[in-house]
Design a protein around this ligand. Structure first.
Ligand code: SAM
Ligand code: DTB
Ligand code: SF4
Length: 312
């Protein structure tokens, strides 16, 4: 059983000691130079019935995001192929749904998963709440991982989302794990929560029956029209401390430096990698928000001495 006190004592170590400790854990459990590049695609955009206060796709807020129906399987296949050619090894598809409805649309998502797997990539989807049966069908289609973030601590959660509960999220994670799909779950920082909330979120994740093998840490990208559009910027050293604590808390997991990289200096990103982050989203767009441009990222990888396709 992991405790808040335990994670606080790690998080509050002198900064260099914390980074060195996280780097040691990283080196002992994972390959130091293996930073996975994942591509992200919004396969169904906007008009979501949930009220997540950070999200540009919620129908509760007036945002500039244009609604798009479910993309065709052919289009997804094309985008996945392009991403693979640029060096992505995981393809993540997101749909702005509360939960998928069984029927032709879910069948199409299953086909997208099959196509991505046939391209030799890991396939991840994030479709909202799932039943056990839907999880099993996704597993049969070859799904590698399911992303469903706890987002924040149990106590801060109702400040951010009121249309589904923290326990609803945990139920979905249970269904995903029961189906034998790898669990990808993390959260967002910068929504007005305290450092204690961030660590409480890690405690919840670490104490799950099946802890996540993949932990995305997103920095809030304030979205026009959402209640959090004016949220203040997160201090980069707080991000680095949280990444290091996440690495120590989940020694074998992928720790994903996710949303918000477009506003980070190269040096902040490199400190995050040193502190144990070992994955980024690669490509100019996340779901609706911008990501660093591919040339800048290719250059960063070259400067780090990491492999990158010569065409990039
Ligand atoms: N509808 C699905 C769901 O919520 O489960 C999937 C898509 S949702 C956009 C996936 C995750 O992206 C969210 O849980 C949240 O952690 C992250 N996210 C969404 N908007 C963000 C923003 N503006 N800044 C940072 N992270 C964000
Ligand atoms: C995750 O934790 N971050 C990604 C992925 N899972 C699906 C999504 C980031 C979204 C950033 C805001 C946007 O593009 O709208
Ligand atoms: Fe919908 Fe997901 Fe956005 Fe929440 S985060 S409003 S569930 S798309």
């Amino acid at each position: 059983m992991k405790t808040l006190a335990e994670f606080q004592s790690v998080y509050n170590l002198p900064l260099m000691e914390l980074i060195l400790k996280a780097a040691e854990v990283h080196k002992a459990n994972r390959q130091a130079n293996d930073i996975q590049r994942c591509a992200l695609l919004s396969i169904k955009t906007g008009g979501c019935p949930e009220d997540c206060k950070y999200c540009s796709q919620s129908a509760h807020y007036d945002t500039p995001v244009e609604r798009q129906p479910l993309m065709s399987v052919e289009e997804v296949k094309l985008r996945a192929k392009e991403a693979r050619d640029r060096g992505a090894t995981r393809f993540c598809m997101g749909a702005a749904w509360r939960s998928p409805k069984d029927g032709p649309q879910f069948d199409e998502v299953l086909q997208m998963v099959r196509e991505v797997r046939q391209l030799g990539m890991e396939a991840c989807v994030t479709l909202g709440m799932l039943t056990e049966e839907q999880s099993l069908r996704l597993k049969e289609a070859g799904l590698t991982a399911y992303n469903h973030n706890l987002d924040t601590s149990r106590r801060f959660y109702p400040e951010i989302i009121t249309t589904r509960t923290f326990d609803d999220r945990i139920q979905t994670l249970k269904a995903v794990a029961k189906a034998g799909i790898s669990v990808c779950s993390g959260g967002i920082i910068g929504m007005g929560e305290t450092v204690e909330d961030r660590l409480m979120m890690l405690v919840e994740l670490a104490n799950l029956e099946t802890p996540p093998e993949s932990v995305p840490i997103n920095v809030l990208m304030p979205q026009q029209g959402t209640p959090l559009q004016m949220a203040p910027t997160v201090d980069s050293l707080e991000l680095i401390r949280l990444i290091a604590t996440t690495r120590i808390a989940f020694p074998k997991a992928r720790v994903r430096l996710s949303a918000g990289r477009d506003k980070m200096s190269r040096e902040t990103q490199i400190l995050c990698f040193l502190a144990g982050a070992d994955s980024v989203f690669y490509g100019e767009k996340l779901l609706t928000a911008p990501n660093p441009d591919s040339d800048a990222d290719a250059q960063l990888f070259r400067e780090l001495g990491l492999p990158i396709p010569s065409s990039c």
